[in-house]
Design a protein around this ligand. Structure first.
Ligand SMILES: *Cc1c(COP(=O)(O)O)cnc(C)c1O
Length: 472
């Protein structure tokens, strides 16, 4: 019992492990420094376990076992942490899964710009320093009707910058019904405080009238602000003031109206069979002086925040030193520019812009996918779970159109309860799908793992990797 065949004394030195022929082969592929580090870490791990247990399990310290462990560690470490996944959650613009997927045109544009030097801030005609916004301004002005535009890292940055540039140490009235929180960290009251301005809450949660704004306006008011309540809906006995009326009130007092649109689609989604969402063009036409919106929500581009509006206000915003800290990089400009060029051809937008394609994907097409994959999935889950094609509902996500649902089709995987109970089997199944070479992320609902196939691109890649499912 107490005879320890594998104690500290039996642990080989780092050098000895490195001389093992199998480990030598690893040095060839992964390099000496990484391999040496892995050998050290494997031995240190074993030493810790020996200290805990007093002895190693038989076979744990053989040359072969050590080499295998080192190889496993090297492979794992060589893999990038950020990886492609299958988003089968049914949420098209899933913030945790990277939101909008980019069209090939944008990917090619990024690659071309990443590969060499570019005229990012260089005016080629004049041969002197240029402005990075110049690459996007014409297209964004055309698409929004704005006089001027500037672009930052995301819409949160856009809101922070606008408030800091136009309302520092002054008051900003906002309706109590619009004090949004997005994704846990973007809370309008906190953003106001960090931007250095004073939030003036007006109205109530469900009802805000024009008089409420009028009463809040005083000598310290910097601007009026409206926030699109993108991820919730207030229903019932409600009242909000429309942009046009608010703009008139603001302008009577010589104040600008700023509208945070959140998603801000550049096209009328109703034309694609989707629910209408306010566009920057409509909002500016209604009288807003500045609007902000995201690049990677309904617009379908890279992460970015667009600030569009009156020329004098955009100029002030661009002069703010925080703009420098929030500026977009060249890859974003390349990708966003390519996406905006697709908007010049609305006829072909649906086929070329993945976000729009996914959002307007015909249910029949999704059902066809489900039916073709059902059998393969059933075969791989034989005896463990049932697989069934079901109607389900996708959502747009990222705080866009929060209550609208899109009819879709999915595969419902229901575990057969075994010794461990259905809940444990379901968790095990979901984990196994997430451990595939291209991890598959579905959603769990009422004891069922659902794969909504709306966003499934390459079904052959999906099916081919099912052989790797490890359900043990
Ligand atoms: C999503 C959203 C934001 C934050 O935009 P990001 O691009 O995620 O930074 C801000 N305001 C509203 C209304 C939003 O919907």
């Amino acid at each position: 019992m107490s005879d320890p065949p594998s104690t500290f004394r039996n642990l080989p030195s780092v050098d000895r492990v490195l001389h093992d022929p199998a480990v030598q082969a690893l040095i060839e592929s992964f390099g000496r420094p990484a391999t040496t580090r892995a050998v050290r870490d494997v031995l240190a791990g074993l030493r810790r376990r020996l200290a805990d247990r007093g002895a190693a399990a038989p076979g744990e310290i053989t040359q072969k076992a050590l080499a295998d462990r080192v190889a496993g560690m090297l492979v794992e470490r060589a893999e990038a942490s950020l990886r492609p996944v299958f988003n089968l959650t049914g949420t098209v613009l899933h913030t945790n899964l990277g939101r909008a997927i980019l069209p090939e045109e944008a990917i090619a544009a990024m690659a071309a710009i990443a590969r060499g030097a570019s005229n990012l801030e260089y005016d080629l005609a004049k041969g002197r320093r240029g402005d990075r916004d110049s690459h996007l301004e014409a297209a964004l002005s055309r698409l929004t009707g704005a006089e001027a535009v500037t672009v930052v890292n995301n819409n949160a940055a856009a809101v922070l910058l606008v408030l800091n540039a136009l309302a520092l140490r002054r008051e900003v009235p906002v309706s109590r019904g619009e004090l949004i929180e997005i994704g846990g960290t973007f809370r309008m009251p906190d953003i106001m405080a960090r931007a250095g301005c004073k939030l003036c809450e007006v109205g109530t949660t469900n009802r805000t009238h024009l008089e409420d704004y009028a009463e809040a306006i005083g000598p310290r008011t910097a601007l009026l602000m409206k926030v699109h309540t993108s991820n919730y809906l207030i229903q019932g006995f409600t009242k909000a003031v429309a942009e046009a009326a608010l703009a008139r009130l603001a302008h009577e007092h010589d104040l600008p109206l700023v509208v945070d649109l959140g998603s801000g689609t550049l096209v009328d989604l109703a034309a694609y069979g989707l629910p209408h969402e306010p566009t920057p063009r409509e909002t500016l036409a209604a009288g807003a002086d500045v609007v902000t919106f995201s690049g990677d929500k309904l617009l379908g581009g890279p992460q970015a925040g667009v600030i569009a509006g009156r020329r004098d206000l955009i100029a002030r915003i661009k002069r703010n030193p925080m703009k420098r800290a929030m500026r977009v990089d060249k890859m974003t400009i390349a990708a966003l520019g390519a996406v905006l060029r697709l908007y010049d051809d609305p006829e072909r937008l649906r086929e070329r812009l993945p976000t729009l394609r996914q959002l307007s994907r015909p249910v029949n097409e999704i059902r066809g996918l489900a039916e073709s994959l059902e059998l393969a999935l059933r075969r791989h889950l034989e005896g463990r779970a049932s697989v069934e094609t079901i109607p389900c509902q996708s959502q747009i996500g990222s705080g866009s159109l929060p209550v609208d649902r899109l009819e879709s089709v999915g595969l419902a995987i229901r575990p057969r309860a075994g010794k461990r109970g259905a809940g444990a089997v379901l968790a095990r199944l979901a984990t196994a799908f997430r451990a595939l070479p291209v991890p598959v992320v579905g959603r769990v609902q009422d004891g069922t793992l659902i794969f909504d196939l709306r966003c499934l691109g390459d079904e052959h890649e999906f099916a081919a990797q099912l052989d790797h499912l490890d359900l043990e």
